[in-house]
Write a protein that binds this ligand. Structure first.
Ligand SMILES: [Zn+2]
Length: 236
């Protein structure tokens, strides 16, 4: 085997190690995301309950202001009653007062209903807030676990990266560039340095011509597969 290939295979092993750590880090991220999704859903429920409660309060306050204004009008009508001269005027104003009393009574009933509704909506906010607290408490242990696993993995990743860089220093620059380029473009493949599989490329199984195969086997050259581009070597 070409001596550079051993160094390249060593580098590839380090890269696969690094990918393994990255995959575990990604899993942690997904676990954290799942926790965040649950918590955010509960927080959104609080926000929605608060909006409903605020809308309800506004409606109640508007009703209250309206009732207050109608009450004042009614007071003025009653005061005016003393100054009415004729029975016709008195009867007219009395009819107005009766009508206004009916309106006020309906509005007051509406206000009581509206006020009860606000109380219900306030309770719903409290319940939603309690739900958030319950989820936070439920998740506390899981989050602590995630934090400590991340701490361990961060250290592991740093170590794997250092080993990778050390390996990379042993590989000749042009070969390293070729390898890095292959790695960057290989989205699904884990290995970009691949053993021959019989007469064919071990990645895409395209047959490699005999003379090139021989050169690969004797270590005379470092060849890439003509079809898929992976760097080929002959397994001992
Ligand atoms: Zn191939």
């Amino acid at each position: 085997m070409h001596p550079d290939l051993n160094k390249l295979l060593e580098l590839q092993a380090r890269d696969i190690e690094l990918m393994g750590v990255d995959a575990r880090l990604k899993e942690l991220d997904l676990e954290r995301e799942a926790l965040n999704t649950d918590l955010n859903r509960a927080r959104e429920a609080v926000a929605a309950a608060q909006r409903a409660m605020e809308a309800g309060s506004r409606q109640r306050d508007e009703l209250e202001a309206k009732i207050e204004a109608h009450r004042k009008h009614q007071e003025k009508r009653k005061e005016k009653l003393e100054f009415m001269r004729t029975p016709k005027e008195v009867a007219g104003l009395m009819a107005e007062i009766d009508l206004a009393r009916g309106v006020l009574s309906t509005e007051e009933t509406d206000w009581v209903r509206s006020s009860d509704q606000v109380t219900q909506l306030e309770m719903r906010v409290v319940e939603a807030e309690q739900q958030v607290k319950a989820i936070e408490a439920d998740q506390a242990e899981a989050r602590r676990g995630l934090d400590s696993r991340r701490g361990v993995l961060d250290i592991e990743r740093q170590a794997a990266l250092t080993r990778r860089e050390e390996s990379a220093r042993n590989v000749r620059k042009p070969l390293l560039q070729q390898y890095d380029k292959l790695r960057a473009s290989a989205t699904r493949r884990v290995e970009v340095v691949v053993a021959l599989s019989g007469p064919a490329c071990g990645a895409c199984f395209t047959t490699v011509p005999v003379n090139r195969r021989t050169q690969i086997k004797t270590g005379a050259v470092i060849e890439g597969c003509e079809s898929c581009g992976v760097i080929l070597y002959a397994a001992e």
